[in-house]
Design a protein around this ligand. Sequence first.
Ligand code: NAP
Length: 259
Amino acid sequence: MDLGLNGKRALVCAASKGLGLGCARALAEAGVDLVINARGADALEAAAVAIRADFGVEVVAVAADITTEAGRAEVLARAGGVDILVNNAGGPPPGLWTDWGREDFLAALDANMLAPIALITALVPGMMERGWGRVVNITSQAVKAPIPVLGLSNSARAGLTGYVGGTSRQVAGSGVTINNLLPGIHATDRAVALDTGVAERAGISLEEAKAQRCATIPAGRYGTPEEFGAACAFLCSQHAGFIIGQNILLDGGAVNATL
Ligand code: NAP
């Protein structure tokens, strides 16, 4: 399927690894020029080199912390007006509801709610003026079904979801769509970190922790960044202009719900 994205420009945040990289690569495969971001310069540069070599698109790499105002200013200065924004950042640490105080919540809100809102606020007006735009926020399965050890994520992402629900309907008439992709477990560094925590708490091996988790997923496996990226590219495509303010689960069936 031709996604109709050849020659568009996208900013993909937190994209040197994992799901962000999966999205960047899928957009590049569709002919989209990229601005990609992450904090660590080495992995980011390696990702940029590989994307240029594999897909022949232009890739600008900006090493910066997207959860800070200074980091966003640097990224926005290099990105200019883009047609597509993929919001992403690292997820909050796991823990117990009794562990977290005001500072922990503020950090989670900065990373997983206020950073994407700031980028939407900065970039969507230009998209509206040009009459076309796509925003995809990487959130979490935790929005539909709270994950007990990820209370900070449950909270901050719910806030972003409410904002998107309201805002997406105010900009849709200008040709701009805003939607959320909700990953269940995917085979990335984040999954290894989460499974390592489970293994340590339960006194089992990493492989056992992974097998236990797979047993709770109808698909019986972890998702891949490639599958996730393909879904993101479709949401950014010309074919997805009627999809507004939706929360799309990519979880192998893990959330047991009819809707
Ligand atoms: P990952 O494999 O650990 O990759 C995270 C990427 O984000 C890296 O490129 C990292 O590079 C970058 N990053 C992290 N913090 C950043 C920051 N402050 N500023 C700029 N870049 C930053 O994680 P992932 O699995 O792709 O997860 C992506 C998002 O999806 C996270 O919010 C995660 O909580 C959520 N999620 C993931 C899963 C899953 O199973 N994988 C499930 C549900 C939700 P640097 O470290 O160099 O900055």
